[in-house]
Design a binder for this molecule. Structure first.
Ligand code: FES
Length: 145
């Protein structure tokens, strides 16, 4: 199945989701519960990526963070063992909120797609997503917003 069709079909249900809840994923959405903010930097504990179910531990691929500074959430995507990319979920074409699905971001408005690094994969969007400097240590992720 063509990637674009897969994304459209697998997230078709999102079209009926009420406004403001448009960001969705086939993996399930998780907005960070624990975080702090100081001097323009958001700290999110790495434990926010952990899922413990029936005694087994697993890591989420991404979490969402809602900043008062932006209309749309920031998606913090785990791209490597200790590597994260934080992208604003605002499509650079005409400003729709993006969905997270199939290891990419897709726009429900006109079909643009972006990599989890925030790069345009498919138009009509011409510009990459706004991304934020993101660092980690052994306990936290730090996002410069
Ligand atoms: S607003 Fe996203 S593709 Fe047009």
């Amino acid at each position: 199945m063509e990637r674009r069709k897969f994304l459209q079909q697998s997230c078709k249900a999102l079209l009926v989701v009420p406004l403001g809840a448009g960001l969705a994923s086939c993996e399930g959405l998780y907005y960070v519960a624990e975080h702090s903010y100081k001097d323009g930097v958001v700290s999110i504990p790495l434990s926010e990526f952990e899922i413990v179910k029936e005694g087994k531990s697993k890591k989420r691929k991404f979490v969402l963070y809602k900043s008062e500074k932006f209309q749309f959430p920031i998606c913090v995507y785990r791209t490597g063992k200790n590597e994260y990319v934080s992208s604003l979920m605002e499509c650079t074409h005409q400003g729709c909120e993006l969905n997270v699905a199939g290891g990419a971001y897709s726009c429900p408005c006109h079909g643009s797609e972006f990599s989890t690094q925030g790069k345009v994969l498919e138009g009509p969007a011409e510009y990459d997503l706004k991304t934020f400097e993101t660092k980690t240590d052994e306990k936290n992720i730090y996002i410069n917003v």
